[in-house]
Design a protein around this ligand. Structure first.
Ligand code: PRE
Length: 272
């Protein structure tokens, strides 16, 4: 089985993928960006992919949410992964020489306080590990990457400062995506709801269906339709599986309201 993830080596995605997929014989498909992972699965270059969808400090990873909107994909698992971000510089570089930090946007955002206090400039890369690789290759003492301990070891960089994220209790939620709608037997469900029309109270009428049926929501996110300002798709994740009668009832009611409902998946959580 081919599984796509965000590379290069030393990324958090790689660590999550290697720790989650332990049993089967896997052919890994390493991608240069999160969008490339989504496209690899969408285009059938890989059967499955693993992508970050939410971080406890920074919130939703929009590129992933938008990828789920535009590619016909399903979610078959969620993985909660602890994330410690470190400042990685060339061996022997003085921390006081560092003027700029490089990383993927969500990692930079998770370290906003540190970056502001240290008055550092920022530059975006497509992954934490590509930033670490660039620091190594460019041999610059005035820049540092924000990346993992694994990346420090791999690229022979020193940890100039450890755990620089705004909160030490930091987790990223990854989802396993696939083109095939295989397993639908989990205890959580992700729905994508596009309201049939824009009228006052439309979101509250949708949410009322869940509260009336005592369905607890674990995540709600809106993404613009990109067609008209003020129009949205809503991601709603519930604490109930698709097999439960109250979930079936909720979907039937929402469909009767003529909202567009896509079941993205019903899956279990793995804590790594
Ligand atoms: O750049 C990486 O190492 C990734 O796997 C991506 C990613 C993300 O975009 O959220 C994953 C986990 C951490 O939150 C930081 C970066």
């Amino acid at each position: 089985m081919k599984v796509a993830y965000l590379g290069p080596q030393g990324s958090f995605s790689e660590e999550a993928a290697f720790r989650y997929f332990t049993t089967e014989l896997i052919e890994w498909v390493m991608c240069d960006s999160i969008l490339e992972v989504i496209e690899a699965v969408g285009e059938g270059k890989a059967e499955k992919g693993i992508v970050p969808i939410e971080n406890s400090i920074e919130g939703t990873i929009n590129i992933t949410a938008d990828g789920l909107l535009t590619h016909d994909l399903f979610v078959e698992a969620e993985i909660i992964f602890p994330v410690s971000l470190h400042l990685l510089s060339l061996a022997g570089a003085d921390i006081h020489e560092i003027r700029e930090v490089w990383s993927i946007y969500p990692a930079l955002a998770q370290c906003r306080d540190f970056i502001r206090q240290s008055q550092l400039k920022t530059k975006q890369f497509d992954s934490t590990s590509s930033a670490a690789q660039a620091v190594k290759n460019q041999e610059r003492k005035d820049v540092a990457a924000i990346a993992s301990k694994g990346a420090a070891d791999l690229f022979h960089l020193q940890i100039a400062k450890s755990n620089i994220q705004d909160n030490s209790n930091n987790h990223t939620r990854f989802v396993v995506i696939s083109k095939e709608n295989t397993k639908q037997n989990g205890n959580k469900t992700m729905l994508l709801i596009t309201p049939c029309q824009d009228h006052s109270g439309v979101l509250s009428s949708i949410l009322n269906v869940f509260s009336a049926l005592s369905i607890n929501l674990t995540w709600i996110e809106s993404r613009p339709t990109k067609k008209k300002l003020g129009t949205y798709h809503f991601f709603i994740e519930t604490e109930n599986g698709l097999h439960e009668s109250k979930m079936k009832k909720a979907i039937t009611i929402l469909e009767a309201y003529e909202h567009d409902i896509r079941v993205l998946g019903s899956y279990h959580t793995t804590k790594l």
